[in-house]
Design a binder for this molecule. Structure first.
Ligand code: ADP
Ligand code: 2JD
Length: 277
């Protein structure tokens, strides 16, 4: 047993997705594409002082079901302390990042000797089972600008990526409940997601990704007025912006939001997946 371990997992903005269910949560997931970010979550794990695990995010004790599931699966009563650069519930994959970071760091502290793919599978299955995400974990394990061609954990999915990097700006107006959207009728998402994915597979570039993401947000009806207005402001300055799934958040490439007069947070696409520090 080690005293403690820390992992960093990049945030992940999904541009578009389609949901794919399966009885086995490690085989369920989503197709889609997104950006992993240099803004992310640092997760520190140490053995719990009592038999109960505790999870703390930015100094506040919090319930994050996928994190609890990861600790139960690894049979590891632990104290998890996470620091996030990004807001929770606003489409940055924080629940997925915390699940993956907890798996990586817990494996090290409790010396469970599991492989990376086994840990990604555990975190992915926990996220899907909790209804707090479908494809964030496998995207955050991959890094870069991942394209999820086939859903599921590492043993079932198929990933590619857009070979590019970019400065990314974002403004968030609030949360969208991922659990609510995923527990609703996702059929409409499937059609729009399929069209978006075909476009990006056909032309794997950042521009086609942004265009496909904007179309997806409009066609699924997930676009809110504030987000639509902000995207239009960025376009007026010849910028490329879209809506982060699933949050009331606008993300833009380069200086798109600043040029349009907003005061955005700034980061970049992240070159690698979640790692132990
Ligand atoms: N203040 C909060 N806002 C949003 N989610 C919260 C909050 N407190 C706890 N949670 C839990 O955190 C998780 C957020 O998951 P999700 O909405 O997917 O966020 P993200 O998009 O950042 O991954 C859910 O399990 C939710 O129940
Ligand atoms: C878009 C979403 C289903 C949810 O993402 P978030 O709200 O950030 O948890 C994601 O998990 C995906 O499959 O692409």
């Amino acid at each position: 047993m080690r005293d403690e371990a820390t992992a960093f997992v990049p945030g992940h903005i999904t541009g578009f997705f389609s949901a794919h269910s399966h009885d086995d949560p490690t085989k369920a997931g989503s197709r889609g594409a997104g950006l992993t970010l240099t803004d992310g979550v640092e997760v520190r794990v140490e053995p719990a002082s009592a038999s109960e695990s505790t999870v703390v995010l930015d100094g506040e004790e919090i319930e994050i079901e996928p994190v609890e599931t990861v600790l139960e699966t690894l049979d590891a009563p632990a104290r998890v302390e996470a620091e996030s650069d990004l807001p929770l519930g606003a489409g940055f994959g924080i629940s997925g990042a915390m699940a993956l970071g907890t798996a990586l760091a817990t494996n090290r502290v409790f010396q469970r000797q599991l492989s990376t793919n086994e840990l990604v599978t555990i975190a992915h299955g926990a996220e899907v089972q909790a209804g707090t995400g479908l494809g964030d974990v496998v995207a955050q394990a991959h890094g870069g600008i991942p394209i999820r061609l086939e859903p599921g954990g590492p043993q079932d999915n198929k990933l590619d990526s857009i070979p590019a990097r970019a400065r990314v700006e974002y403004v968030s107006f609030g949360e969208l409940s991922t659990t609510e959207v995923l527990s609703g009728d996702t059929d409409q998402l499937t059609e729009a997601g399929r069209t978006a994915l075909s476009r990006v597979v056909e032309e794997p570039t950042l521009l086609s990704f942004m265009y496909a993401s904007r179309l997806f947000a409009r066609e699924t009806g997930l676009l809110t007025d504030r987000v639509a207005e902000t995207i239009a402001d960025v376009a007026d300055e010849d910028g490329q912006a879209s809506m982060a799934m699933l949050g009331e958040t606008v993300f833009a490439l380069g200086t798109g939001l600043s040029d349009a007069g907003y005061d955005p947070s700034v980061c970049a696409t992240h070159p690698a997946g979640g790692v132990l520090k």
